[in-house]
Ligand binder design. Structure first.
Ligand code: NDP
Length: 296
């Protein structure tokens, strides 16, 4: 039973990546080049290095061009913005991603604002956030887009569902709320000042946890039969004999799984969807820029 309850984000992401790859040849024969994704990494944060490497690998595997740009941690914000502007003007680049977090002293907002919104495959530019808010075609942030795909795959039509999202970041919580509102859910966006969070969560048919606190959401908080999407990635302190601590989500999986209609594990749930959706956004951006009809 538990297998059918667990949402296999890894398998779903693999299918999505193949689907994206299947639309690359038509683009290439129409334009004479493959869709291109440029990723900029400033400094040498180890976690960011891992993310950038896996984005590069997935981009190549999908048959797209990957352009990696590395700037030293000592680079100035103006140098970074100059590079973004060069990529804005580069016809071979359809998507630009600036790996966050940026080194201290740099202003994320100013850097993101410099990206051409048509190439903003992370969906963080205010133009894309605004389009999503008013229900226009936007490039949507990858993590919440992946969560929505998993939800629709499991639940079909989401109309009328009570959705509670915990966390209101611009990267996950807020765009998730917009997406679920567009699907006609009744949406509650909870955060650190929410009163009586447990009871707020208990009314949800759909719970999306994007907080960054290990196993915060307990089984007793859930309405039995809720669908639980766990975005959190938290590393526990190593137990005896472990070199590294275990990765866990924001939901206490052992308690929540038996009560849930469906639940994403950590790892292997939402995480793999993020890169797959990045490739999907890059494909969409490429088709749009070339004036071609977008694949479904
Ligand atoms: P942020 O730190 O930007 O936001 C966290 C949110 O959680 C804030 O809105 C904060 O509220 C809220 N919060 C903090 N403590 C509580 C609490 N006790 N009760 C209720 N709400 C609380 O995080 P992100 O949105 O960037 O990321 C959230 C998690 O998702 C992290 O674990 C991150 O690693 C993971 N993540 C995973 C991705 C993936 O690919 N799977 C991609 C992106 C993120 P307030 O606004 O009031 O401070």
């Amino acid at each position: 039973i538990i297998d059918s309850i667990i949402i296999d984000g890894k398998a779903f992401a693999a299918i999505l990546r193949e689907k994206v790859a299947s639309h690359v040849p038509a683009f290439t024969s129409a334009t004479g080049r493959a869709p291109g994704l440029a990723v900029i990494l400033v400094g040498d944060d180890p976690a960011s290095n891992v993310y950038v490497a896996s984005k590069h690998k997935a981009t190549i595997a999908a048959g797209m061009q990957s352009f990696e740009h590395r700037l030293p941690a000592t680079a100035t914000q103006n140098q970074l913005i100059d590079l973004v502007q060069k990529l804005n003007a580069d016809e071979n680049v359809d998507g630009i991603l600036v790996q966050l977090p940026l080194p201290g002293g740099m202003d994320d907002k100013a850097v993101i604002a410099a990206i051409n919104p048509e190439k903003d495959v992370d969906g963080f530019h205010v133009v894309n956030a605004g389009k999503l808010a008013v229900g226009e075609d936007a490039l949507v942030p990858c993590t919440p887009l992946g969560c929505l795909m998993l939800l629709k795959d499991r639940m079909g039509d989401l109309s009328g569902q009570e959705a509670v999202i915990i966390g209101r970041s611009n990267i996950v919580g807020k765009p998730m709320a917009q997406l679920l509102l567009n699907e006609n859910c009744t949406v509650t966006l909870a955060h650190s000042r929410t009163r009586d969070l447990e009871n707020v969560v208990r009314r949800a048919d759909i719970v999306v946890a994007a907080v960054g606190r290990a196993e915060m959401v307990k089984g007793s908080w859930l309405k039995p039969g809720a669908v639980v999407i766990d975005v959190g990635i938290n590393r526990l302190a190593p137990a005896d004999g472990e070199a590294k601590g275990r990765l866990v989500g924001d939901v206490d999986f052992a308690e929540a799984a038996p009560l849930s209609r469906a639940i994403t594990p950590v790892p292997g749930g939402v995480g793999p969807m993020t890169i797959a959706c990045l490739l999907r956004n890059c494909l969409v951006a490429a088709y749009r820029r070339a004036g071609l009809t977008q694949p479904k």
